[in-house]
Design a protein around this ligand. Structure first.
Ligand SMILES: Nc1ncnc2c1ncn2[C@@H]1O[C@H](COP(=O)(O)OP(=O)(O)O)[C@@H](O)[C@H]1O
Ligand SMILES: [Mg+2]
Length: 355
């Protein structure tokens, strides 16, 4: 049987560009090469798309891990029919770009217009999965526990911060967490200890997005649960992240190894069951498909707090998502194969419903 051509789209415009490049290179080496022919599509930091041939030339440069950035002086995608034709020639596509134009529903929308099956969440779920303020509303409506929070738009902050600061003080207290609503990898996230520090944190977060969340600081363990499936989502065992520093920041995630993954987490069975149940509820709340990782806090009272859903979690074989499935007996290559099967299933459903 002919191999399935699996487009792998990576890089992209977000701060997680380098992370995405590493994930893609490792994925293309680790998938079932009897079944798939990986077809790589790199996207530069300014959003330009390369052909598979151009991409291979970039991959072959021997840069250090996490230092590889895709740079190429090529015209925009709209002027590159050769890239679009190569993309449309795939049997399925695995979007591996984190953040803007990759994880946020826009790439998914483009793939739907070209009628190409793709891995992971659809347009709406991807968009909501990128927006921490919107997803919290859906989680609350689904009966899930979330941190108390305030959403501030940049024009509101610019219009006068005294009232907002007072509201934060009264409703949330300090310390508080400030984060861009659309973000990732902890970039722009700050822990604020007092009202005097709020301004600086808000500026950092507004550097990433026009919508910023201020949240009560939750004291508790940080747990993750991985989900795969469409209509019947399955959960992995629960994992724990132990941050080496003050919180799970960018350096801890990728650079200095100060964070550790404990899988499965050493927590009571009741807490693990609650996290898994809430992970499925969160996945359903955003109308998830394919896969996602749902992140929680577990405070001392034992009732999980949903922090966020990631519709494109770190996807390296050593990342939490794949590690948790490995603990459930699903190897990395099997995981990718199943996710592509789910992409075909969802594609057939969409076609059948005429959507
Ligand atoms: N409300 C909160 N209470 C306690 N810690 C938090 C809170 N919000 C974020 N953090 C810490 O900051 C990290 C990054 O925040 P998160 O909302 O997960 O953003 P990102 O999308 O960048 O991962 C979390 O992993 C956690 O360590
Ligand atoms: Mg996070």
């Amino acid at each position: 049987m002919a191999k399935q051509r699996l487009g792998v789209v990576f890089g992209g415009r977000s701060v997680e560009h380098e992370v995405s490049v590493v994930s893609a290179m490792e994925m293309m080496q680790s998938i079932d090469l009897e079944r798939f022919e990986p077809v790589p599509f790199a996207v530069t930091r300014d959003g330009r798309w390369l052909t598979p041939e151009e991409t291979r030339a970039q991959i072959d440069r021997g840069d250090a891990l996490f230092a590889k950035r895709i740079d190429a002086d090529v015209p925009p995608l709209a002027e590159r029919p050769e890239v679009i034709a190569a993309l449309a020639g795939n049997d399925a596509v695995f979007p591996l770009i984190h953040g803007v134009n990759g994880e946020d529903g826009t790439l998914q929308g483009m793939l739907e217009m070209f009628r190409i099956p793709y891995a992971g969440c659809g347009v709406a779920a991807s968009a909501v999965g990128m927006d921490k303020a919107l997803q919290k509303q859906l989680f609350e409506r689904a009966g899930l526990r979330v941190a108390r929070h305030v959403v501030v738009m940049s024009h509101e902050w610019a219009g006068g911060d005294a009232g907002i600061t007072r509201g934060v003080e009264q409703r949330l207290g300090f310390p508080a967490f400030v984060k861009p609503s659309n973000g990732g990898s902890s970039v722009g996230v700050s822990k604020v200890r007092s009202r005097e520090d709020l301004g600086e944190a808000m500026s950092a977060a507004f550097g990433m997005d026009r919508k910023v969340l201020i949240e009560e600081a939750i004291t508790g363990r940080e747990l993750d649960c991985a989900v795969i499936g469409n209509d019947e989502p399955q959960t992995s065992p629960v994992g724990e992240v132990v941050a080496g520093g003050e919180f799970y920041d960018y350096a801890a995630k990728y650079l200095d190894d100060s964070a550790r993954i404990i899988a499965p987490a050493d927590i009571p069975a009741g807490a693990s069951d609650a996290v898994r149940r809430d992970a499925v509820a969160a996945f359903r709340a955003i109308d998830g498909a394919g896969f996602a990782r749902i992140d929680f806090f577990l405070p001392d009272d034992g009732v999980p707090v949903v922090n966020e859903i990631n519709t494109l979690p770190g996807f390296r074989p050593v990342s939490m998502f794949a590690t948790l499935w490995q603990k459930a007996g699903v190897s990395y290559s099997e995981l990718v194969s199943r996710i592509v099967d789910l992409a075909f299933e969802r594609f057939r459903q969409r076609e059948a419903f005429g959507a």
